[in-house]
Design a protein around this ligand. Structure first.
Ligand code: ZN
Length: 222
């Protein structure tokens, strides 16, 4: 997870729909704006352009109209994450709030080998951090028999991205490239560290964990 601010205010149709007996939060303008704000990626697993998209309620609405139609409670998630989260988590770190530090208070790591599990670590002891870590571990490493397959598929995409990112870093620090070529590689690394990239939190932690990477790229960590 990384910080992804939401456009304010949200689409006006939500207030209109809330007043109806059978209104819908899938009203005009909601999906395009939510897709844009969340950079077309699932806010939880950070899979970019997921094949299956849900508008997810950050706080479970359980029929509460205020929560159901509140623009600030509507998030962009893939089906795997939406199903894993279900209505079981209420006090999570919020990626739309910069102060919540979703990629600073939690460490994200995966070793670039087949069948590796994601290592999600809480860097402070609070309910929001601990609950978010529990959810992210379930998302990346699986729960039920079906979810174990989905999470293995997710990790295989994640590992491919991490290996690609490591190749860029390897090239950047390889002396065989001249300054102009290095600048091209650096621009690619910069793009990978932006919030619109996929699996950005894992990439940012690769930078944070090494002093030389950190010295060269820390200003890009969002
Ligand atoms: Zn997801």
């Amino acid at each position: 997870m990384v910080h992804l601010p939401k456009t304010q205010p949200g689409p006006p149709c939500l207030e209109v729909e809330k007043a109806k007996a059978n209104g819908t939060y899938h009203c005009e303008g909601v999906l395009p704006l939510i897709q844009k704000d969340f950079k077309n990626k699932c806010y939880l697993c950070e899979d970019k352009a997921p094949l299956s998209i849900n508008i997810e309620h950050f706080k479970p609405h359980r029929g509460d109209k205020e929560l159901k139609f509140d623009w600030n409670n509507l998030y962009y998630a893939c089906s795997h994450c939406n199903n894993t989260k279900s209505d079981k988590y209420e006090y999570l770190l919020d990626c739309t709030r910069e102060a919540d530090g979703v990629d600073r208070r939690i460490k994200y790591k995966i070793n670039p080998f087949p069948k590796e599990k994601a290592v999600i670590t809480a860097l402070e002891d609070s309910q929001a951090v601990n609950d978010t870590v529990a959810l992210l571990r379930a998302i990346y490493n699986g729960t039920t028999e079906l979810k174990l397959i989905e999470s293995a598929n997710l990790r295989s995409k994640l590992l491919k991205e991490i290996r690609r990112f490591q190749d860029l870093l390897f090239d950047y620090y390889d002396n065989e490239f001249d300054d102009e070529e290095k600048q091209i590689i650096k621009d690619k690394i910069v793009r990978e560290l932006r919030s619109a990239s996929c699996f950005t939190a894992f990439k940012r932690w690769i930078i944070r964990e090494r002093a030389d990477f950190f010295a060269d790229f820390n200003q890009l960590l969002g």
